[in-house]
Design a protein around this ligand. Structure first.
Ligand SMILES: C[S@@+](CC[C@H](N)C(=O)[O-])C[C@H]1O[C@@H](n2cnc3c(N)ncnc32)[C@H](O)[C@@H]1O
Length: 414
């Protein structure tokens, strides 16, 4: 088995940077790892300009990088690969019977999961590594766990087992409190599957699985739950979509349709505070805040209780607590959103090292919060776009750690 990868929803290449331990040296991109990226796809539906794609090809070259809507890609033409990776959004994964044929079932248009599902069906990659927000485990509010259940059942129908873990990067020594669900699936044809299928599901989650090795947890679980998503319980995806609900916790496994999920607690590593990554030299004046903007941020970040009216006319108070102002340099960064740098409550505000004045983060600092190489997105984009890219991306160091386990798993296949 060769270490080949296909990267979907590639953005500016977070998975590739992590798996291949990428650095920039003398303006040259060096991929220290030896995962061979055969093909990548990145297309931004919301804009005509394609800055993420432009950045990706500037850094990695344009060969085998596609810039078309993934729904329009003929999946047969995707090269055969060992590992499929991608970060995809949390959407509504419910399915309905198609009108045309009472036999067919179909997900909502534009829901990216179905594009991934098609790649699984057509290409059957032995291993899959995906990233999504933590809320994917509990969505939607009116049928908790349905969406993740649909994902698990799709994997099952395609012949895979799935391990997952919600990882808060900051708890494992990375510079951002970004909580994301990482999903690792392996096909039943792999040695890894054959090894895991003889283990107790609890043991995979708590001792032997991929995640627990790099992201250690304390021995006692706070809560756990078992469920089943087999054909005996739910005839097809439609039945899962209509009826499945369960409590998923932050760690779990689905093997052969049986689910075990546990609420686990990380063994915290030494934290990486903001002060370790913010620029220790003079920063351009455009990042400093005028008195007027400072006041706006103060209000946005302060505690408040605002009278509002519900659609049914009922009055209520919208309340929110105060946030650190400026951000605490002794702690890791909070989650970076795509609106980072805009005048909003979530934007980071820091005290400048040199002038002691309050300012926004620079795009370079935003890259460091995600552990990308310095100036990764400095490819002709505006500051706003560079921050947007980082708000969409992932903490590269988390993928790097997962990659170390994947290396061992692939070795076992050969
Ligand atoms: C959450 S981001 C992934 C970011 C990436 N992991 C990174 O490190 O930059 C999802 C990406 O999917 C892309 N995307 C959205 N819809 C798409 C579609 N229909 N076809 C291809 N790419 C799409 C978006 O432009 C965005 O860059």
């Amino acid at each position: 088995m060769e270490k080949t990868v296909v990267e979907l929803f590639a953005g500016v290449g977070g998975f590739r940077c992590g798996l291949n331990n990428v650095v920039i040296n003398n303006n040259k991109v060096i991929e220290k790892g030896n995962w061979h990226f055969l093909w990548a796809n990145q297309w931004e539906p919301a804009t005509k300009t394609q800055e993420a794609y432009d950045c990706y090809i500037k850094r990695f070259g344009k060969d085998n990088v596609s810039n078309i809507d993934i729904f329009k890609v003929n999946k047969e033409e995707i090269p055969t690969h060992t590992l499929l990776v991608g970060g995809f959004p949390c959407q509504d994964y419910s399915v309905a019977k198609t009108l045309a044929s009472s036999k067919g079932i179909e997900g909502k248009k534009g829901v990216l999961w179905w594009a991934i599902n098609e790649v699984l069906k057509v290409k059957k990659p032995p291993f899959v590594l995906l990233e999504n927000v933590d809320r994917i485990l509990i969505s939607p509010a009116k049928q908790r766990g349905r969406d993740f259940g649909i994902i698990l059942r799709s994997f099952l129908d395609n012949g895979y087992a799935v391990e997952w873990r919600v990882i808060n990067a900051a708890e494992y020594g990375h510079p951002q409190k970004r909580r994301r669900t990482y999903i690792f699936a392996y096909h039943k044809s792999t040695n890894y599957y054959k090894k895991m299928k003889n283990k107790k599901l609890e043991n995979i989650v708590l001792k032997n699985g991929l995640f627990v090795k790099q992201f250690p947890i304390i021995k006692d679980v706070l809560n756990d739950n078992k469920a089943s998503i087999t054909k005996d319980n739910y005839k097809d995806l439609l039945e899962v979509s209509n009826n499945f609900t369960t409590q998923f916790y932050n760690a779990g496994i689905m093997l052969n349709g049986k689910i075990y999920t546990a609420k686990v607690t990380p063994i915290n590593e030494k934290i990486k505070p903001l002060k370790d990554i913010i620029e220790n030299k003079e920063v351009a004046s455009k990042y400093f805040l005028s008195e007027e903007k400072l006041q706006k941020f103060k209000i946005l970040k302060g505690s408040k209780s605002i009278p509002r009216i519900k659609p049914n006319g009922e009055k209520y108070f919208y309340s929110e607590g105060s946030m650190p102002y400026p951000d605490n340099l002794e702690a890791p960064a909070r989650t970076m959103l795509t609106s980072e740098g805009g005048i909003s409550r979530s934007t980071h505000i820091v005290e400048d090292f040199i002038t002691k004045k309050i300012r926004l983060l620079t795009p370079l600092e935003c890259e460091r919060i995600n552990e990308f190489p310095d100036n990764w997105t400095n490819t002709g984009m505006s500051d706003k776009k560079r921050n947007f890219m980082m708000g969409n991306a992932l903490v590269v160091g988390v993928v790097k750690k997962i990659g170390q386990e994947l290396e061992k798993i692939i070795e076992m296949e050969n």
